[in-house]
Design a protein around this ligand. Sequence first.
Ligand code: FES
Length: 109
Amino acid sequence: MQGLLRLIGTAEVPEGEGRRVQAAGGDYAVFNLAGVFYVTQNRCTHGPGDLGECLVEGEEVECDFHQGRFHIPTGRPTAAPCTEPLRVWDAVVRDGAVWIDPAAGRVAA
Ligand code: FES
């Protein structure tokens, strides 16, 4: 698991919800969509919204500041006023926890 950062135990993120996780200087949102885990940046690209604490509907998270939306698996914006995609990381599930390689974040084109 060299290079991987542990974010949160899988049991701490109920299905259909997200959790904000601050770790190693990063600010992440971990989502559980029907048992599959995804990791995005926590901060909304439009403003100060904490997406890990926002409402999840299907594969989207709705920012509670201005109701902009993002597609969680890709980070792409799906509803105004959000236009900039989120950075996303591949979630690795191991030993009952969600891990990422912090250096391997990417932003959809
Ligand atoms: Fe998230 Fe404006 S801060 S939609």
